[in-house]
Design a protein around this ligand. Sequence first.
Ligand code: GLN
Ligand code: ZN
Length: 767
Amino acid sequence: MTTRTAAARATVYGYPRQGPNRDLKKAIEAYWKGRVSAAALRTTAAELRHANWKQLAEAGIHEVPSGDFSFYDHVLDTTVMVGAIPARHRDAVEADALDGYFAMARGTQDVAPLEMTKWFDTNYHYLVPELGPDIVFTADSTKQVAELKEALALGLTARPVLVGPVTYLLLAKPALGVPDDFDPLTLLDRLLPVYAEVLADLSAAGAEWVQLDEPALVQDRTPAELSATARAYRGLGALADRPKLLIASYFGRLGDALPVLAKAPVDGLALDFTEAAAANLDALAAVGGLPGKRLVAGVVNGRNIWVNDLSASLATLGTLLGLADRVDVAASCSLLHVPLDSTAERDIEPQILRWLAFARQKTAEIVTLAKGLAQGTDTISAELSANRADLASRASSPITHDRAVRARAAAVTQADACRSQPYAERATAQRAHLQLPLLPTTTIGSFPQTGELRTARADLRAGRIDTARYEERIRAEIQEVIAFQEKAGLDVLVHGEAERSDMVQYFAEQLTGYLATRHGWVQSYGTRYVRPPILAGDISRPEPMTVRWTTYAQSLTPRPVKGMLTGPVTMLAWSFVRNDQPLADTARQVALALRDEVDDLEATGASVIQVDEPALRETLPLRDADRSTYLAWATEAFRLTTSAVRPDTQIHTHMCYAEFGDIVQAIDDLDADVISLEAARSHMQVARELASHGYPREAGPGVYDIHSPRVPSTEEAADLLRTGLKAIPAERLWVNPDCGLKTRGWPETRASVENLVAAARTIREEL
Ligand code: GLN
Ligand code: ZN
């Protein structure tokens, strides 16, 4: 490719906020504990912003983002910017803006925080705006203006990034006391003047361009929502005192929203051109491109951790050159969703490290691509040949191509993913085999992860204790957990998961083909960061992963102990996945590895095995049209994991959410024997929903809300069971908490589980 454009520039929409050592998290948490003053916290934050901008500028990014920084969440920052502070938080915010902000994020003793939910299909969580018909929006551009000025003062070209008005409203929910059917999008005409004011302030402060993020437009949108979008940008585009507007979309294809934005009187569009959004390219050509507009091309994937295929990206950029006035290069979305810097990973083999690109490496890729586009590919020939070598090494590595794993996956048949008998027959066999009482009681798996357990794990890692000493500690914990459960009178016991720091990482560490990182932190919400492991190669299980703990637990009691595994879909959802093969293939490999574990558990005496899939719903694709394909491979992976067992072995699954109406068919397709779900807070709503969908299997809607330290009384739990029984007959109802108990303390766990068992006994007598 030799086409040149002198205008191509490199940019990003956002950068990891935490600093190289999770400095922001530490400073904020120290502030919460009163150890750091507000002024010191603000200084740390400013230093981190400066360091990020300098890093970006030195790497060659021409236009840096501003305003992407946040003390907690950028959607909450938008709520502040438009003055949509919920009534219950207004006093706190007026008394002290920073403390009020954290009160909205985390709640206080007396006031509930905003609800938190996932940012599209990422693992980042935002705080849900609460809006009602009486809201009076007011503009507060303080943060945006201040951060823009900071960047400009460094001599940089900065582009403020805001959540766009349409996405903001589409992400909102009705405020407390407002009817459920209130549609926040009806507030658009009141919100636009506030955006106009912020835009004018930013323009006055020196912004040439402002970016408005509209990722909600990559989801299915109604004609009314699309016309609201058109109206919004007609309005903002017509403003007199405004900066140039760049409307950004990411996390997928724009579909019907593309012609709407292409026609809008704005100055530029930023589109996702990664594989998942490839349709954007044809769609853009179909609308005749963006004559007179700037196109920012998100060709470097902003949410995976893989090195870019620079030649492929250059080819895409070359095509795009004919479709817009000016083409700039960017990541497909904010780099918030990837770790900061892969060079910090000292434990990963140098060869494999070269396959990885975290935020810093992606920045360099963007700069290289912009240079190639502007000055010709001969100016980046060294980068291109190094990139080709890295891609070739990945493609031909035995790590990514394990013959045995591939042969086994290729040989999978329909029958492998089917249990040998239909559910109804199995249920009878299981009843005979397990001899459980009506309303059997159990827990979801984990018992409190005490400080001592965490210390023991840290001691092991630091070499202060050896493996034998550590395992002794775990066995002692298992003894205690089993003794407690027997005494409490639970029917199906668990070993308590004391050995697991995390339900995905524990398995990732033991499976071949999975990589763990040391510093690969990614923001999950607020000051909470996670280190997702990396599905890097073909997956196999060198040896059993959980069997020795489950058999040890079983050796201590005559009651059945549940084997406990994390399911294949959740393993994928909470890891960085491969981009060199379909997700379905990776899921199948993980499923086969887990299937061996299930079989080993059964062979060593487990009659009940639970395979948790709390992520089944959260990975649901953003567009309806993509959902059936996903659900087909996801449910197949679960069945592949669980189908080799005998009919009288009972397979449980667990999902921790209460709203699953849209995947009830998929839940049934898992063909599990028993499912446990969250229900305590919604007063058994899930039981009614399952019943209304004709769900035929056994189910345990939770009767103990484990998110709260509150101990439910026996009578309260019994009441919930009575409600549950109206929807699910006694022969199919289980009694259990909402989720695992690992975040709870022992005192409330003891009391709650005892009350739960007492409640089951009370109801058994009433039957
Ligand atoms: N078995 C896991 C536990 O009890 C399930 C956790 C989850 O659903 N997130 O901790
Ligand atoms: Zn759960």
